[in-house]
Design a protein around this ligand. Structure first.
Ligand code: 3H9
Length: 708
């Protein structure tokens, strides 16, 4: 028998324990081990029933995601699925009651194995779900056929299309679980199994029909969710495939429905979408591994925080701390600024309340964690102080010097600068090892990315603490180097450069934004800038001018500066790249902006012309990948996959395309390089291929190892 699965008899019940740390993923060996052990239990004269349980912290977190790499053809995928489906039917056909005992997670194939058992019991803290869609696939071991039979079509549709887990209580209420066990899980599962044996009960999920009998209601639910998905799926295919498979559960018998699931699974698992999403699954875990900061580097506890600057960023950062249950002081220079900041925070929470995402009690508890102040009193109690004042080097340096006096000597001092040199702040802090950049993304209480900027002297302990803190704040922390704009904004400058130039060349603001949204972003470059504030970019450009730099090489479009001069700062002033009706965020195209673009184009001798959406995407994505290659070559990002994580979580780059570097790999680096060279010939020498891109393309390689 496989060492991954143990077998023992307890109280005349065969206990089958899966032991494949860390998450009992279903490798081929685990699946075989479970089949063998259940068969053994069925034949064992000393066993009246069988319990399937996980060792360690969880039941089963799903199939081992690495095994999908092995699937190269549709036939191969269908053949594998047939074998797994046969295994599950064999479990379901066991002659003795078979009970899954769930703690931790039963996800994906884990839930599918549990559903092929006759009954399922779980501890109250357990979670179950079908998260496959987050990997660009659908449940592939009968989940789309068994889940609706247990919980009905609407919940099965929700679970298989959004991939979110549900609690044990919800799963029990829906019929996915048969009991929630208080006390010891194994003891509870054994007595549950014995009771079924005494009652001579065994229930095969595939025989259940009650919850899928109402065909019309089921089909209507499928149609309704397809319509909803059109608005939210951002071009991903897997959620629709999941609906198709559940529809087959309603219209076909179990075997034919399973066959349909296998076909749809094969289509999804071989797709670029799935490759991209599996890439991100591992990239998001890899990102916390820093080569010279070992896993056991001590990380400090952050129990109290202070933020300086109650503007948009400071307020959002204070909310992020409060949302994590960490008390936070929020300081600004005067009462009026503080009152403005606190009123924005209150409005944000009230909007969350009106959407039903927070209770009134939770709202007041969370708000109470934020203490507004105009002085540095209490700063000495903070484990971390975050500076979030205007993006101006002298101002920030002054604030840093003040903070250094007010904070405890061992406190971490973090700057939320989006572009400036962390080492300049370290120099005035008197404790350079404790200075780090914590670059949040707007809105800071929502966006998941935290760029952790490592200065020349930042200690390993501060890096480890920052990574741990990012998790605590429900963010994805990515450690980046200290260059102008760090990783996110350095690359963004090239993305925006192309957007501005495409506009001058003849594409409209709304065409460029729509092309990017159709690509899968939630918002286009201009819509995004209207949210972030055109004044923010203007201020950075002024600073750069004063030090004789530009953000990205090449022509600097004057259009954003002209909007700034007209007081068009974006949504906050009711006009920017678009115009907005009072109280509305609906973007209304404004011909004035196109006129300004035409004037600026004429000044630069550009003859405006029609540009296709494909060309817009090619230009913008090529600029991103080429600069990403340079960031990587310069050592400011540790891995290409870190850049992907930055873009997915900082700017909403579509997950199903894997991030800008992975997307470039799927386009092919030879094509990307050819485009850079073509643009150089057409537009000028400011287009220069990164030597790393040239090297990889020449060698037929990709940013992420082998070409996908
Ligand atoms: C599926 O089941 C398809 C079926 O329908 C078909 C069946 C035939 N595989 O996240 P963590 C690793 S598709 C391989 O940091 P946490 C992970 O990489 C699957 N590895 O822990 C990490 O490794 P490392 C559907 C996996 O406590 C380590 O385990 N299931 C897998 O924050 C710890 O992970 C899913 O999509 C896996 N399935 O969260 C669930 N899962 O330490 C995927 C984890 O080297 N998993 N690893 O970096 C999760 O959502 C989370 O891991 C979980 C724990 C919530 C379980």
């Amino acid at each position: 028998m496989s060492p991954l699965v143990r077998y023992e008899i307890r109280d005349r019940v065969a206990v089958v324990t899966i032991d494949n740390p860390p998450v009992n993923a279903l490798s081929a060996g685990v699946m075989e081990g479970i089949s063998d052990a259940v068969e053994r239990g069925d034949d064992d004269a000393d066993a009246d029933a069988i319990v399937l349980i996980g060792a360690g912290t969880t039941f089963i977190a799903g199939a081992d995601i690495n095994i999908f790499k092995e699937l190269k053809t549709r036939e191969q995928s269908i053949e594998r699925s047939q074998a797994v489906h046969a295994r599950l039917k064999q479990l379901e056909d066991a002659g003795k009651p078979l009970v899954a005992a769930i703690h931790g997670h039963a996800l994906g194939g884990g839930l599918e194995f549990a559903m092929a058992c006759h009954y399922r019991v779980a501890v109250a803290t357990a979670r179950v779900g079908q998260p496959e869609v987050q990997l660009g696939i659908i449940p592939g071991a009968g989940g789309t056929q068994r889940l609706p039979r247990l919980c009905g079509v609407p919940l099965a549709l929700d679970m298989c299309t959004d991939g979110k887990m549900i609690t044990a209580a919800r799963a029990k209420q829906a019929g996915i679980l048969d009991a929630v066990i208080d006390g010891d899980l194994l003891e509870g599962a054994i007595s549950f199994a014995r009771a079924r044996e005494v009652a001579k009960e065994r229930r095969r999920t595939r025989d259940l029909q009650d919850k899928i009998r109402d065909r019309d209601a089921g089909l209507a639910a499928c149609q309704a969710i397809r319509t909803r998905l059109l608005g939210v799926s951002r071009g991903a295919r897997a959620p629709f495939a999941a609906v198709d498979a559940i529809e087959a559960c309603i219209t076909l018998d179990f075997d034919a429905g399973s066959r349909r699931e296998m076909e749809l699974f094969a289509e999804c698992v071989l797709s670029t979408e799935s490759l991209a999403m599996r890439h991100l699954f591992f990239a998001e875990r890899e990102v916390a591994k820093i080569p010279d900061v070992p896993k056991d580097t001590p990380a400090r506890a952050i129990t109290r925080a202070a933020v300086v600057g109650a503007g948009t960023m400071g307020g959002g950062i204070a909310m992020a701390y409060a949302n994590a249950g960490i008390p936070v002081l929020l300081k600004d220079v005067d009462l009026a600024s503080l009152a403005r900041g606190m009123s924005v925070i209150r409005k944000n929470y009230e909007s969350t309340l009106s959407k039903g995402k927070i209770t009134p009690e939770a709202l007041s508890q969370t708000l109470a964690l934020i203490t507004p102040t105009t002085s540095y009193d209490g700063f000495a109690d903070a484990d971390i102080v975050v500076e979030a004042v205007f993006e101006n080097l002298d101002l920030k340096k002054g604030v840093f010097a003040e903070i250094a006096k007010a904070a405890r000597p061992d406190a971490i001092l973090a700057s939320n600068t989006s572009t400036l040199d962390i080492d300049e702040f370290a120099a005035v802090s008197g404790r350079p090892a404790q200075v780090v950049g914590h670059h949040f993304f707007s809105p800071a209480n929502v966006m998941k990315l935290l760029e952790i900027v490592r200065g020349r002297s930042t200690s390993k302990e501060v890096v480890a603490t920052s990574l741990k803190l990012a998790k605590q704040l429900n963010k994805v922390g990515v450690v980046v180097g200290n260059c102008f704009g760090f990783v996110a904004n350095r690359m963004l400058a090239y993305y925006m450069r192309e957007a501005y130039l495409l506009l001058e060349e003849g594409a409209s603001v709304s065409q460029i934004d729509s092309a990017i949204i159709d690509f899968g972003y939630p918002v286009g470059p201009f819509g995004m800038q209207d949210i972030a504030g055109i004044d923010v970019g203007w201020r950075i450009r002024q600073y750069l001018k004063s030090v004789g730099k530009t953000r990205a090489e090449g022509p600097q479009s004057a259009v954003p500066d002209r909007l700034y001069e007209m007081g068009r700062y974006g949504q906050k002033t009711g006009a920017g790249w678009y115009r907005y009706e009072p109280g509305s965020r609906t973007r209304i195209p404004d011909p004035i902006v196109e006129d300004i673009a035409a004037e600026e184009a004429a000044k630069r001798g550009i003859i405006r012309h029609a540009i296709s959406d494909e060309d817009i995407i090619a230009r913008i994505m090529t600029a991103l990948a080429n600069e990403g290659a340079q960031v990587l070559a310069d050592g400011y990002a540790i891995r290409a996959s870190d850049i992907d994580v930055v873009y997915v979580h900082g700017f909403g780059f579509p997950r199903h395309r894997g991030g800008p570097m992975f997307y470039a790999d799927t386009v092919g680096l030879r094509t990307v390089l050819a485009r850079v060279n073509e643009y150089r010939d057409q537009y000028g020498d400011y287009w220069q291929p990164s030597p790393l891109l040239e090297k990889l393309a020449r060698e037929g390689r990709a940013f992420h190892g082998d070409t996908p």
